[in-house]
Design a protein around this ligand. Structure first.
Ligand SMILES: Cc1cc2nc3c(=O)[nH]c(=O)nc-3n(C[C@H](O)[C@H](O)[C@H](O)COP(=O)(O)O)c2cc1C
Ligand code: SF4
Length: 435
């Protein structure tokens, strides 16, 4: 270990809310000097290197799929036959109901750079790229933080990517840097095989890399000292919708969803359902959701997904059918429209959801058609977008079963037709919208 090292951040009095990533005092600012004063310098890797401690920590990616990070770094390492790889930190946060990556980049950008640079050093990578959405207000501060790392041994480059939902999928980032078009590409090859400039490329979410920086400092046992066996450590959670204090929290994985809502001030109005994981996550009926813990296996068993750990509390007055139709329309419009399910299936399902508002057709016929179409979507796209879309719509049919039944019986609820969630404006569907 190089230089004196401050003690690791320890759990606070509320076990559920644990400050690790967000433990630095905000009043000292996000600069490199304050970062080093709080966390100490990044230690030189010990004999075990980086892959072994990250694997033993059980860290899983925080960008949506929850893939084991140690295994991902090892896959890139296994591809190195004389070619130097590239490391990409994915800070786009294309998920509209998530704000955690922005908060992290604003408050602790150097933890992200520490993690990316540690992985780059372990792999012998040529450079580190940080991808963010073009024109995002965060751009000037991350550029300033990147400039502070100019003497860290390898170039750190900030790349501004078009602000589209599917443009921050990993193959889309590679495609954008290589060709200037941010559409996902068919796999194989996956980025770890052939990515930026044809090199093996490690792409990880910015929060994942910030955890790597802490594991490099404090070790895998410290990392696993909170969380569950399946999902160790802490995670940043974005809580929104009908709670008293919407915002971003850091909690131990395994914390029950009800406790997370309490940490956000509790419901500010009666709540009927939670959307957990992001728009590609899944819906849970409110009563059934409270005891479910924030853990990959538990959420999957309950019919949702941990995803990007965004939790949206949907007030009771909101019409589940209208809201599902609105979000499905947004997701269909944000696809890259280059694979069959996205070109035909997603818009058709969104159309079926809107048709449930329209008494010209028997709603049961519409629901049967919708279910048939949903069955044709998963696993058929070049990226996971149709799978997330399907999980989202299927979960809605369960969580808003009463609203769907009322629509099917020709008795739409009072909230029907009233928009609730504010969604980004539709992106430009022409090729120019992806450049
Ligand atoms: C449609 C789509 C959009 C995505 N957007 C993001 C994003 O904005 N940020 C992110 O970190 N990962 C995003 N991902 C996941 C990335 O493809 C990739 O798996 C992730 O960056 C890897 O990081 P992790 O292993 O640390 O989770 C998206 C995936 C899909 C299918
Ligand atoms: S599945 Fe959809 S979003 Fe993914 S690459 Fe194909 S068209 Fe694009």
């Amino acid at each position: 270990m190089i230089g004196p090292h401050p003690a690791p951040p320890s759990p606070g009095p509320i076990a559920a809310s644990v400050s690790r990533l967000l433990s630095a005092p905000a009043e000292h600012g996000p600069g490199l000097a304050a970062h080093l004063a709080h966390f100490g310098p990044l230690p030189a890797p010990g004999d075990a290197g980086l892959i072994d401690p990250v694997t033993r920590a059980g860290l899983r990616g925080r960008g949506g799929a929850g893939f084991p990070t140690g295994r991902k770094i090892a896959s890139v390492s296994a591809q190195l036959t004389g070619r130097r790889p590239t490391v990409v930190a994915n800070g786009c946060e294309g998920e509209p109901i998530s704000g955690k990556d922005h908060v992290l980049l604003e408050l602790a950008p150097h933890l992200v750079f520490d993690g990316a640079l540690a992985v780059a050093a372990a792999l012998g990578a040529e450079e580190v790229l940080l991808c963010v959405h073009r024109g995002d207000p965060i751009v000037p501060s991350v550029r300033a933080a990147a400039a502070e790392r100019a003497h860290d041994g390898r170039p750190v480059r900030v790349v501004e990517v078009p602000g589209r939902y599917a443009a921050s999928e990993e193959s889309a980032l590679v495609n954008f840097v290589n060709t200037g078009t941010a559409r996902p590409t068919a796999k194989p090859p996956r980025p770890f095989e052939r990515g930026i400039d044809g090199r093996p490329t490690l792409i990880a979410n910015v929060e994942t890399l910030a955890h790597v920086a802490l594991i490099a400092r404090y070790g895998p046992d410290w990392f696993r000292s909170v969380g569950t066996a399946d999902s160790p450590g802490t995670t940043l959670v974005t809580v929104g919708g009908g709670v008293a204090f919407p915002g971003v929290l850091e909690v131990a994985l395994g914390t029950p969803l009800g406790t997370i809502l309490e940490l956000s001030g509790g419901p500010a109005e009666p709540v009927q359902a939670l959307l957990v994981g992001g728009l590609g996550g899944g819906w849970l009926p409110f009563r059934r959701a409270l005891d479910v813990r924030l853990d990959h296996a538990e959420l999957r068993a309950a019919g949702a997904a941990l995803g990007v750990a965004a939790i949206l509390a949907v007030p009771a007055w909101v019409c589940g059918v209208t809201e599902t139709a609105r979000i499905a329309t947004y997701l269909a419009g944000e696809s890259a429209r280059q694979c069959g399910p996205c070109m035909f299936g997603l818009p058709a399902v969104a159309g079926d959801l809107w048709a449930l508002h329209d008494p010209r057709e028997d709603p049961r016929t519409i629901l049967r058609r919708l279910m048939r179409r949903l069955g044709l979507l998963p696993g058929r796209g070049a990226c996971g977008h149709p799978d997330g879309f399907t999980r989202f719509v299927r979960g809605a049919l369960d969580a808003f079963a009463d609203d769907f039944r009322d629509h099917a019986d020709g008795r739409p609820c009072p909230g029907s037709g009233h928009p609730w969630l504010s969604l980004p404006a539709a992106g430009d569907p022409t090729p120019a919208g992806w450049q």
